[in-house]
Design a protein around this ligand. Structure first.
Ligand code: PEP
Ligand code: MN
Length: 341
């Protein structure tokens, strides 16, 4: 439930209402919009009993949330959220681009990738250290050694680091090295892992599962937020359909739908959607045109030799052209993206 305050309500009115709610063992989330404030009630609203909150000074109305997700929904917080990762704001006017190899393979590879993506304008370096591969015999990632190499690349370039965590143990280890956790498509409903990430305050890039509806995805985000971590950025990465020409089908409509239902920022991963490097540029532009707040793109210094996802990784030059295009289309869309360092 949310309590919508009147446009002329006073700060003391908000405090009085909040005091009653918290005294009953419930949590509050105050969202101050440009016109009015909204107080979200966190927890079992039955605890409120018959208290006539709607009669309190400054209260306009009580709104019951129909959706099963609450904290991630627009009713709870109508204003768009901006997730700040060490000064890089995701969900604001500026587009945020995360780029780098599918997996961290060696010091030379990750440093070369980091310098290349930085040169074209990326703000984040991506790279998997824990790789949840379809086959147990495929390259599984360098684990902590890979995280150390990412931290080294951050030192060399100043890029923020995003990397996937796959277990509670890996959250504990990655916490020392990364600026943003990534939850991959295969773990979207690993609720134990989501709760663990929720107990950290570190921002999280939360990918959609390949067979997850938007409703299930927003409910899953709720597991992270319900533990107190509101720094969630959603990422559409393609869903499984009957089409086999691409690895997955990029659900471009997820972007406007999520923008309509949720206040959370959303970025798009065209790489795992397409599975083929030749389609990345078009899908990236479509994603930004549809309202996405940024992209996460796989870039490898030598894609043909990549140990994972070789077919979909862009070369540094291809990534450079994409960034040039992004800086052009961002102007038309009222966004900003700076090509080059
Ligand atoms: C990845 O980004 O490294 C990855 C494995 O993607 P996804 O979880 O979307 O398959
Ligand atoms: Mn990959």
């Amino acid at each position: 439930m949310v309590i919508v305050m009147k446009t002329d309500s006073k700060e003391s009115d908000i405090q009085e209402v909040s005091k009653i709610i918290t005294s009953l063992g419930l949590g509050v989330h105050i969202s101050k919009g440009s016109e009015r404030s909204i107080i979200g009630v966190i927890g079992d609203k039955r605890k409120l009993g018959d208290i006539p909150l709607e009669l309190m000074p400054g209260v306009e109305k009580l709104v019951h949330i129909a959706e099963s997700y609450k904290l991630s929904g627009k009713t709870f917080k109508p204003e768009p959220s901006i997730v700040d990762v060490n000064g890089i704001k995701i969900g604001g006017k500026e587009l945020v681009v995360m780029a780098g190899p599918c997996a961290v393979e060696s010091q030379e590879q990750i440093l070369e990738a980091a310098h290349a993506v930085k040169k074209s304008g990326a703000q984040f370096l991506r790279g998997g250290a824990y790789k949840p591969r379809t086959s147990p015999y495929a390259f599984q990632g360098l684990e902590e050694e890979g995280l150390k190499l990412l931290a080294e690349a951050k030192k060399a370039t100043g890029l923020q680091i995003v990397s996937e965590v796959t277990s509670e143990k890996s959250v504990e280890i990655a916490d020392k090295y990364v600026d943003m956790f990534q939850v991959g498509a295969r773990n979207v409903q690993n609720f134990q892992l989501l709760r663990e990430i929720g107990r950290s305050k570190k921002p999280v890039l939360f990918k959609r599962g390949s067979a997850t509806t938007i409703d299930e995805w927003l409910n899953a985000a709720e597991y992270i937020m319900n533990e107190g971590n509101y720094n969630v950025v959603l990422c559409e990465r393609g869903i499984r359909t009957f089409e086999t020409a691409t690895r997955n089908t990029l659900d471009i409509s997820a972007v406007p739908v999520v923008k309509h239902l949720s206040h959370l920022p959303i970025i798009v991963d065209p790489s795992h959607a397409a599975g083929k490097s030749i389609y990345i540029n078009s899908l990236s532009k479509a994603a930004i045109a549809s309202g996405a707040d940024g992209l996460i793109v796989e870039v490898h210094p030598n894609p043909k030799c990549a140990l994972s996802d070789a077919a979909q990784q862009l070369s540094p030059d291809e990534f450079g052209s994409l960034c040039k295009d992004l800086s052009e289309i961002s102007k038309i869309l009222g966004r900003e993206f700076k090509y080059g360092t």
